[in-house]
Design a protein around this ligand. Structure first.
Ligand code: BES
Ligand code: ZN
Length: 604
């Protein structure tokens, strides 16, 4: 299979990493990880091996007793530094000793004050898309898969969790562990050991350390959170075991062993991240209503679509996210009914069109297959691959009928399990298995052309239409009443907020907030839309609350629309840069960089 990954320095002709044994010491005082990593290669390598790194302080490289020569020979702000290991003599193992930088892109180090409990520091990683290279030198492309083991030493009292199987957890009296490791700073440590026997791409490596406790839901499912949150968190997601059973019916057997959740402090930049066996989750998903279970459905579905069958490059991101959104919609249909799924589909289509318009319907970023020369995979993270990918797959399903498509899904998962594939490889498989799709659906246009094909099945939803009616009446001058909206589904409220004109009368802002009972519902998703409307409508009194929101919520999907609204609106433009600087420390680097990027683009 011929392809190039513009987001990595990897040269697949040199060889591939097969397995890594890590020994990791977590040092909160210097905000660094000290790591010894023993690499095994697929086959013996002669000469050079290029690895991706980002601000890694490499101390030693050797094969057995033989020192390896190395050079950091290419540098780039986004790609990082290419580590060039030299003089491999048909070796299939080597060992690296190194330290991560305090500003490692994948690592978020939090002070105790930034956690729910307030007494212990916290560390978590986020490697997708191309950040694993800031934790360890690797072939940081989703086309290379490896297994690993890890021994993680943390200060006593803290717990390490990884997206892997835990094989040992004990608190040792420090002397034994820390001896000989300078700058340990504490005499006591606990060691946790993990193994990941299923091969994963580097972006699914994940680690978290904090004051964590665990609660079980069922034989395969449970949740980690700070003690202060565990009760609420465990209640919110108690239905996960059932969800797994449904997912397996659609996608085939779950091949990763356990499926646990980990609730992170609010700065986590995503709603969820599908780290294998252990989904990382934003604390803002705990609503007290079980209202955000679609987030879990999504991350759980990734256990198949993404983790088991993986996009070979980030250009093929829709293979991960479009397939996952499709699976999410199918599972939602079973668990919440067709009406709710139709509503979600109608809302998603509207969202998709809005984003396409913002980006430009002719932009290559609206194609399913994304541009080949982009170095920064995070720039591909729009909802387009999610929703457009899902709608494309629904179109394929309509073409052959659900029964045949379901058989196809199971065969696809089984045929490519633990493999990474390109869009082209997927289309080849589709052509062989379901040739009629190509007769009935303009696959070329869906995949390689920008925008949305005019000829397609458009979502129909009476629950959505109900909201449209209320929006139309409002446009004509009749405000909605509390009675009209009080029983609305979460996605009806979203559809309403989404469907409002950009600007509404200022006095309607507090009115709508009141009748929709936004405060009581406590759902950050609503406020993402609502604050953007308030800002565009000139409701200046909302500013202090926007600042509080930006301090409390780290999920990019929710805060970037507010930042955009502030940039685009005259009165608020001057406030956004100082506001951002005040809340910057609360956020993950990924988020801070995204906001900074928007501000710079606007000349702010
Ligand atoms: N894998 C993504 C998160 C991601 C994407 C991280 C790209 C880094 C780069 C995750 O599965 C996801 O899509 N999360 C969404 C929620 C989902 C329900 C749409 C999010 O975090 O908002
Ligand atoms: Zn996803």
């Amino acid at each position: 299979m011929e392809f190039k990954d513009s987001t990595s320095y990897t040269d697949l002709t040199q060889g591939k990493i097969k397995h890594i044994d890590f020994r990791i010491r977590v040092d909160f005082s210097t905000r660094t990880l000290d790591i010894e990593a023993k690499y095994q290669l697929q086959e013996p390598v002669h000469g050079s091996l290029y690895l991706d790194t980002f601000k890694i302080n490499l101390k030693q490289a050797h094969v057995g007793g033989r020192e390896l020569k190395w050079e950091f020979d290419t540098r780039d702000d986004i790609l990082g530094e290419r580590l060039h290991l030299q003089g491999l003599e048909g070796d299939s193992t080597f060992t690296l000793m190194f330290r991560t930088a305090p500003e490692a892109r994948a690592l978020q180090w939090l002070n105790a004050t930034q956690t729910a409990g307030g007494n212990y520091p916290f560390l978590y990683s986020q490697c997708q898309a191309s950040h694993a290279r800031s934790i360890f030198p690797c072939q940081d492309t989703p086309s290379v898969r490896f297994t690993y083991s890890a021994e993680v030493e943390v200060p006593q009292g803290l717990v390490a969790a990884m997206a892997a199987e835990q094989v040992r957890s004990d608190a040792l009296t420090g002397e034994a562990v820390s001896k000989g490791q300078e700058g340990s700073g504490h005499g006591y440590a606990s060691v946790f050991a993990f193994k990941m026997p299923q091969p994963i791409p580097s972006y699914l490596f994940a680690l978290a350390v904090g004051n964590l406790v665990f609660r079980e839901f069922g034989p395969r499912t449970g949740i980690y959170a700070e003690p202060e949150m565990i009760e609420a968190a465990a209640w919110e997601f108690a239905e996960n075991e059932t969800k797994m059973t449904e997912a397996e019916k659609l996608l085939g057997p779950y091949l990763w062993g356990r499926y646990d959740l980990l609730v992170l402090p609010p700065s986590f930049p995503y709603g969820g991240m599908e780290n294998p066996r252990l989904t990382f989750l934003t604390s803002t998903s705990i609503l007290g209503t079980r209202g955000q279970t679609s987030l879990i459905t999504h991350e759980l579905a990734h256990a198949w679509t993404g983790n088991l069958v993986t996009n070979a490059t980030w250009q093929d991101f829709w293979l991960n996210e479009g397939w996952t959104t499709y699976a999410e919609s199918r599972i939602t249909e079973v668990l919440e009914g067709k009406d709710v799924e139709d509503l979600r589909a109608a809302f998603s289509e509207k969202q998709l069109m809005a984003v396409m318009e913002r980006i430009g319907v002719d932009s290559p970023l609206t194609c399913l297959k994304l541009p080949a020369d982009e170095k920064d995979a995070d720039s591909f993270t729009t909802i387009i691959p999610y929703y457009k990918g899902c709608f494309f797959l629904k179109e394929c399903e309509y073409a052959v009928g659900r029964e045949r498509f379901d058989a196809f899904i199971q065969k696809y998962m089984a045929s490519f399990q633990f493999q990474s594939l390109t869009t082209e490889a997927f289309l080849d498989f589709l052509r062989v298995e379901l040739p009629e799709v190509f007769e009935k659906v303009d696959v070329q246009q869906w995949v390689y052309k920008p925008g949305l094909p005019e000829e397609r099945h458009k979502p129909k939803s009476y629950l959505y239409d109900e909201v449209q009616q209320v929006l139309n009446d409002y446009q004509q001058g009749t405000r909605p009443t509390k009675e009209q909206v009080q029983d609305w589904h979460r996605f009806q409220i979203f559809s309403f907020l989404q469907g409002l004109s950009r600007k509404i009368p200022v006095e309607d802002c507090p009115y709508l907030e009141d009748i929709l009972e936004l405060e009581k519902r406590n759902d950050a998703g609503y406020y993402s839309f609502f604050y953007a409307t308030c800002i565009a409508s000139g409701y200046e009194a909302v500013l202090p609350r926007v600042e509080q929101f930006m301090e409390r919520v780290g999920r990019m999907l929710y805060i970037l629309p507010i930042v955009r609204a502030m940039i685009e609106t005259d009165w608020s433009r001057e406030y956004i840069r100082p506001l951002f600087e005040r809340v910057r420390d609360r956020h993950h680097q990924i988020t801070a960089n995204a906001i900074d990027g928007l501000l710079k683009k606007a000349g702010l």
